[in-house]
Design a protein around this ligand. Structure first.
Ligand code: GDP
Ligand code: MG
Length: 214
């Protein structure tokens, strides 16, 4: 039964991917614990980029429209998906959300996954890239304790670096764990609150778009 569910998910994900590629939209699945700053990072990126990078957002959560409301201050292209008791997004959630988004008007789609370091990793949504988000307040051991999110992500973000002086967080240990688990992963350290490092994240996204166009 589990295999059938995953197979059905993968088929839908492939269709989502085709649809996004046909529209020329790069898609990023943002995964991380509740409160690590996923929505704040999306807001920070939206505030920085102009019309040159048209961004849509699918916001996944168990309940409430709150993230979509926050994001709607900076984008007209946002859809909230509530999963109820579901601890991750699945491809069919994204299919339903894509029906409500004008892909022709977008260059980039952020998919904010349900806050969880474990379940989202195993489900293909049709995204081009998975990005794992950790935060200085989450503890320096979280990468080591959640190896699969590290292994599956093309980019890992350490958010809330403005708080590093105030919390116990061994940055060297955190970075060592990431490089041991995924030597190919890129890591960016940033702060959605101060904006430090957010330009580098935008640059990374632009590079990914150019690589795919080429
Ligand atoms: N100091 C600081 N606070 C942050 C930063 N990023 C997010 N926050 C705060 O952390 C809390 C959780 O952020 P949110 O974006 O809702 O996290 P999400 O649950 O991953 O979407 C909010 O109160 C944010 O204002 C940051 O870089 N620095
Ligand atoms: Mg959020």
């Amino acid at each position: 039964v589990v295999q059938n569910v995953l197979k059905a998910n993968d088929e839908l994900a492939a269709r989502n991917r085709q649809r996004l590629h046909a529209a020329g939209v790069l898609s990023i699945d943002l995964m991380g614990a509740p409160g690590c700053g996923k929505t704040s990072l999306i807001e920070a990126v939206l505030q920085r980029v102009g019309p040159a990078l048209r961004i849509g957002v699918i916001a996944g959560d168990l309940a409430t429209q709150r993230d979509a409301d926050r994001i709607a201050r900076f984008s007209n292209h946002v859809v909230q998906i509530n999963t109820g008791k579901g601890c991750h997004l699945e491809a069919h959630h994204v299919t339903a959300a894509l029906d409500r988004i004008e892909l022709a008007k977008l260059d980039l789609l952020f998919i904010e996954n349900v806050g969880n370091l474990i379940c989202p990793v195993g489900f293909d949504l049709g995204q081009d890239l998975k990005v794992g988000v950790f935060s200085a307040t989450g503890g320096d051991d979280k990468a080591a304790k959640h190896p699969y999110i590290v292994i599956e992500s093309a980019l890992l973000l350490l958010n809330m670096i403005d708080l590093l002086p105030h919390v116990r967080f061994n940055r060297d240990l955190f970075l060592e764990d990431i490089h041991r688990l995924n030597p190919a992963a890129q890591v960016l350290e940033l702060s959605a609150a101060t904006g430090a490092g957010v330009d580098a994240f935008v640059q990374w996204i632009q590079t990914q778009r150019e690589m795919r166009k080429a």
